[in-house]
Design a protein around this ligand. Structure first.
Ligand code: EPZ
Length: 420
């Protein structure tokens, strides 16, 4: 297994190119199953998750190519049965269910396992499919959804933690080919949902309200092929903004969209990090002494849960008490114990982490546990004195394209090594 070996203490300086969004690309790649015509999807980040989705689409019978950030999908014929082992390994693969149900009136996928950050149930996805007329059977670790006919319906899709991003994506995709009008209340408002809606519209779907809590889909008979460029990855952008602040550097982000980062930029501003626009780019640097802040993760446009761990790494460096409350997932503090190995002083109180910041961090071997926790450990390692080895970096490669290369170009002393 590979690790990152980081020698901290170097302020990051220079320009970084933000890749396409993983969380937009995955459902958009799945949406190509809705038509028997070829689709071209550009600016797809080259990650293990997107490569996995290519394999899943191929296992369903689609012809798929992935070169230089462009994915072509031609699902002339598709099977409704996805490879158990493949689907089980990646939560994001659940978003093939909606397109398969719409295209074939049946979908058989393995129940996506939970992961380290929480149980990750799919009850809301299934509630949405049933509202459209599907029969759901759960047996032997599989979900079988079948429907003689899909009919539009009005449904409330909010769950215990608010909207569901991939649940909204799945029901919206299924509804594009259902007879009649579907209204999704308490729909997720994330930019990735809007990007999917844009792609579906380019395919001939009739969708309004994407980006708002109420999305209306009027079913059509057939969808055609389309071309689309994926939006930039707002979570990768937030990660680099925070890394610039943590290392007291100055980093120019090329290709990021400030309008997708308002809550993050607002919170960084409150903490004393200056994020300004320079033409089409964003520039991050410390605006003076950093201040402790309180953060609560919320559905979009609130502070994103996918940036919680990275902010914790920054706030561990800031003298004073910062309180971070995680409201989306039930156990997304796996990074706390690893940050403590670098010297951070953080206590967990139920859904909140109390960060007593200001103690200088010193390098140590740490273990990545999930995608964003790994990013937090890299940020802390970049700021810590001495050497930090972040092990099991495969977690990070799931969602960050060539992060070590991008950081090296910003002056970081980081290299990818085989774990001893
Ligand atoms: C998407 O996951 C993202 N993944 C996650 O990013 C992100 O953290 C999450 O949205 C929240 O923003 C992709 O887009 C591939 P949810 P998703 O359904 O859609 C509960 C990353 O780091 N829930 O919005 O699976 C659920 O347990 C990843 O890039 C139900 O109760 O998340 C959670 O508490 C991690 N029933 C909350 O809703 C359901 O049927 C939000 O989950 C579905 C979800």
């Amino acid at each position: 297994m590979e690790s990152f070996l980081i020698k901290g203490g170097v302020p990051l300086r220079g320009t970084v190119e933000i890749s396409g969004s993983k969380n937009a690309a995955l459902p958009i790649m799945a949406a190509a199953l809705l038509t028997d015509e070829p689709c071209v999807i550009r600016r797809v980040p080259d990650l293990s998750d997107t490569r996995f989705m290519v394999q899943i689409l191929q296992s369903l019978g689609a012809e798929v190519t992935f070169e230089n950030g462009t994915v072509t999908v031609h699902a002339k014929k598709v099977r409704g049965y996805a490879d158990y082992e493949l689907v089980r390994k990646m939560r994001g693969s659940i978003c093939i269910a909606g397109p398969l149900l719409a295209r074939l009136r049946k979908a058989r996928i393995s129940l996506p396992g939970g992961c380290i950050i929480g149980a990750r149930p799919i009850n809301l996805h299934l509630k949405g499919f049933e509202a459209l007329g599907a029969k759901i059977k759960i047996e032997g670790g599989y979900v079988d959804a079948t429907a003689k006919k899909l009919s539009g319906s009005s449904l409330f899709l909010g769950g215990r933690a608010g909207p569901t991003v991939l649940g909204t994506a799945n029901v919206m995709m299924a509804a594009t080919l259902a007879a009649g009008v579907t209204v999704i209340e308490s729909a997720a408002c994330e930019p990735e949902v809007v990007d999917l809606a844009d792609f579906l519209t380019a395919m001939g779907a009739k969708i309004s309200g994407a980006g708002s809590p109420t999305i209306t889909i009027t079913g059509v008979k057939k969808l055609h092929g389309a071309e689309h460029e994926v939006i930039p990855d707002r979570i990768e952008a937030a990660t680099f903004l925070i890394a610039a602040a943590a290392t007291n550097g100055e980093v120019v982000l090329r290709g990021a969209r400030a309008d997708h980062l308002r809550a993050v930029i607002d919170k960084l501003d409150e903490a004393g990090v200056s994020v300004t626009r320079r033409g089409k780019n964003l520039v991050a640097r410390r605006g003076g002494k950093l201040k402790p802040v309180d953060i609560t993760t919320l559905p979009y446009a609130g502070f994103p849960t996918d940036v919680q761990a990275q902010m914790m790494a920054l706030l561990a460096l800031v003298p004073g008490i910062s309180i971070i409350t995680e409201r989306i997932f039930e156990s997304r503090f796996m990074h706390v114990s690893e940050l403590a190995r670098l010297g951070a002083d953080i206590e967990i109180e139920g859904p909140s982490a109390i960060v007593k910041g200001g103690r200088p961090l010193s390098g140590a071997p740490v273990m990545a546990s999930d995608l964003r926790a790994s990013a937090a450990l890299v940020i802390a390692g970049l700021a810590a004195k001495g050497a930090t080895q972040v092990n099991r970096i495969y977690h990070l490669d799931r969602g960050y394209e060539r992060m070590d290369e991008k950081l090296r170009k910003l002056g970081a002393r980081i290299e990818r090594v085989e774990e001893k």
